[in-house]
Design a protein around this ligand. Structure first.
Ligand code: ATP
Ligand code: MG
Length: 409
């Protein structure tokens, strides 16, 4: 029979990689909890109009990258390409705003984008992310960035932080006008995609990866020169807070993000270690999105980080708990072995009950492969073997042996 292979751009995560995945998620969760964020578990499938109305019709995500299909009921649905849209939908649909105050939510899970697969870029990838609803103060921007930094620091990942302000809609409208005029004059130097982007999504031309586009936009007008008083004030405050918290950052006036909903603050944590796929975490404000999706006007902000990219940057995993292998010397002691293993696990010890029967030699060979700290041989008189030193100790009964084991691990 021929083998069935996984679909292009999809991955199995197992072994060392699964440990890395879990470590990234657990670390992030830990930090989210410290900042008092609440978890939200979102659906994987949504009505396609949710993404059209939030991420934006003209964006790469909606234009080319979405997995869209018709379900059996004739609805046009999409596999979620990102988490913010769904979180906002839930915030509105479940009337979370009715409780007053503000809301801090985090999520974790798979996202789907039909992109060209390469290192750090897959068609199913995973994100951790968080959103804050109802906070206008730049305190929110500062805390969000600090929280992402805390996660990266805890993981031992070194990246640079770039920030920018896109301004409110008013400032941006003025800027886009000036930018379009500039781009018109440099149309010849732009790549084919940017020639169309110039009209549909001119901001995106600024972060085109093509060399000629980069050069053509070198002297383009700068967004920060167009900020309204309020936007400028927020941006200045944010920088002040970041400095006060010793968070280093680079101001990058060309940082624009590929999603339409951002306003004012945008930021990215970037590394040069994994090629062109260098952005590991990104986010910003989206003060108009809640209203745009039918909710009450609510200032909001959030971020998302790619778990696979964080995994690529992880230098080392924390040491695992020591393992103990239980080996019945002959099958007469199988039952006794099961009981000992049960006892050890109840005491919180990582235990492998050796499940293959056969000669003691073959069992020992397996135990060696498992990288265990101790082996317990179960027979008339139980024996404990230290796998590092090779030392062996015989006990009168199981209870005495267990006491010693608990003390040692
Ligand atoms: P990029 O510029 O790399 O395409 P993006 O701007 O599309 O990223 P966002 O939509 O902001 O990314 O998603 C946030 C994070 O999710 C990214 O910084 C990245 O770490 C991760 N990410 C996005 N797309 C993918 C993908 N196809 N595979 C793996 N990780 C991804
Ligand atoms: Mg992308």
């Amino acid at each position: 029979m021929s083998e069935i292979k996984k679909i292009r751009g999809f991955q199995d995560i197992h072994g060392e990689n699964a440990k890395k995945y879990r470590y990234v998620v657990d670390t992030a969760r830990d930090v989210f909890e410290k900042y008092n964020f609440q978890e939200i578990i979102l659906p994987y499938v949504e009505d396609i109009s949710l993404f059209k109305r939030s991420v934006g019709e003209a964006t790469d995500i909606v234009q080319k990258e979405m997995y869209v299909f018709e379900d059996k009921g004739g609805r046009t649905v999409a596999l979620r390409p990102e988490g913010t849209a769904s979180t906002v939908r839930a915030f509105i649909e479940d009337r979370m705003y009715a409780k007053g105050g503000y809301h801090k939510l985090f999520y974790e899970g798979a996202m789907f984008r039909y992109e060209r697969p390469q290192a750090g870029r897959y068609r199913q990838f995973h994100q951790i992310g968080a959103e804050i609803f109802g906070v206008d103060s730049p305190l929110g921007d500062a805390e969000l960035i600090k929280m992402v930094k805390d996660i990266l620091d805890k993981l031992g990942i070194q990246v640079r932080l770039e920030i920018n302000s896109l301004g409110d809609f008013e400032s941006r409208k003025k800027y886009i006008k000036a930018l379009k005029e500039y781009l018109k004059q440099h149309e010849e130097e732009l790549c084919e995609t940017c020639k169309t982007r110039m009209d549909t999504n001119p901001l995106r031309v600024l972060d085109c990866k093509v060399e000629t586009c980069k050069q053509a936009t070198q002297d383009a007008p700068v967004l920060t020169d167009f900020l309204s008083e309020k936007s400028l004030e927020r941006y200045t405050k944010l920088k002040e807070y970041l400095k006060a918290m010793d968070i280093e950052f680079i101001e990058n006036p060309r940082l624009v993000r590929g999603l339409d909903y951002y306003t004012d603050t945008v930021f990215e944590f970037i590394t040069d270690e994994i090629g062109a796929q260098g952005t590991v975490a990104a986010g910003g404000r989206y003060d108009n999105l809640v209203e745009q999706l039918g909710g009450p006007k609510t200032p909001a902000l959030g971020f998302a980080a790619g778990i696979e990219r964080l995994m690529l940057l992880l230098k080392e995993l924390p040491e695992e708990k020591p393992l103990i292998v239980v080996i019945p010397v002959v099958s007469d002691f199988n039952l006794e072995g099961l009981k000992i293993a049960d006892n050890l696990r109840k005491k919180g010890i990582r235990t492998e009950m050796l499940l293959k029967e056969g000669s003691l030699k073959s069992k020992m060979k397996l135990a060696n492969k498992l990288n265990s700290k101790y082996v317990i041989f179960v027979s008339e008189k139980p024996e404990l073997k230290d796998m590092q030193t090779g030392e062996q100790e015989v006990f009168e009964n199981v209870e005495d042996l267990l006491d010693v084991v608990v003390e040692k691990v």
